[in-house]
Ligand binder design. Sequence first.
Ligand SMILES: NC(=O)c1ccc[n+]([C@@H]2O[C@H](COP(=O)([O-])OP(=O)(O)OC[C@H]3O[C@@H](n4cnc5c(N)ncnc54)[C@H](OP(=O)(O)O)[C@@H]3O)[C@@H](O)[C@H]2O)c1
Length: 315
Amino acid sequence: MKALVQRAYGPVESSVHVGELPVPAPGSGDVRVRVRFAGINPLDWKLVEGHYKWMSKARPPCGVGFDLAGEVRDVGGAAGSLARGARVAGLIPAFKNPPGAIAQYAIVPAAFLVKVPDAVPLDQAAALPVAGLSALQMCRLAGIERGRRVLVHGASGGVGHLAVQIARNLGAEVTASGSASSQTLLRWLRPALVVDRAAPLANWGGPFDAVLDCATSLTSQQAKALLGAHGHYVSTTPRFPQLIFDTVLNLVRPGKRRALMLKPVAADLEQLMAQLAAGHLRVAIERSFPLADAAQALALSRAGHVRGKVVVAID
Ligand SMILES: NC(=O)c1ccc[n+]([C@@H]2O[C@H](COP(=O)([O-])OP(=O)(O)OC[C@H]3O[C@@H](n4cnc5c(N)ncnc54)[C@H](OP(=O)(O)O)[C@@H]3O)[C@@H](O)[C@H]2O)c1
């Protein structure tokens, strides 16, 4: 089968190519999916560059990518109620299974696949799993609920643009911050307020009850200046030893600092998929690349200024 293959650790441009890999076989509890679209996430190029090597289940040469949507081709053993041909989306659980979503066929545990409603196009479904689950779980970590004042920073990216909408749907008053060139997308998300991140912090509209730092670019001092005394700060990137200090300090301080560690929960993905089908959530797709240009999709993500999501279409 055709697949994006990582042949070495290093820069995306010289470390991946589209080549042939054996069609993978499903184990018990697994589903073999005929992939139609793969969603790109920063984790894809981070693994190619050799970040988190110690946690990864794969060594080059290997596949790339975690998010996908397509049709069920085969199920291995007791793989639940998914019938051959069913439209599905989901994620290969990173660090438990080897990556390989950017390929004609991929193996996904049935527990991490959901049915895609007819109203949801497969490119949008493929863009949703990692970014949508991250956004939803960040909102939970920050205790977001009706009436809370929330800042989503890095709001034009994959996680950020979904976090703005999920927090708004929960009834929060959302401010979305991003670069000057992302302001059109930010307004499309319909937050209460849009801010240019180049503006002085004093003009961002704080204090906020919660800051979701989807770019993990705010310093502790900046986060403190933006939050009220009981405010919650949630970042997308757990950093050691800060994570340990924060876990201990959260026991005694009124404000909390937490970092997302994504849990691939199918029930959460089902909920997001239903919101997408009902039009309560919209996925912005900046660009769809053919498989032949999948390395360019990774390079675009690597450049760090994606508007919404990038996907790869697979014939
Ligand atoms: N811990 C976990 O479980 C987990 C799960 C998912 C994602 N993540 C991580 O979360 C991060 C975001 O993921 P993503 O999918 O949303 O990435 P993304 O789609 O590439 O979006 C990142 C956004 O950050 C903004 N940005 C770039 N530089 C910035 C800066 N200096 N200050 C403020 N904003 C800046 C960019 O927009 P503009 O520059 O145009 O404003 C871009 O839209 C990645 O590092 C990813 O690996 C972690």
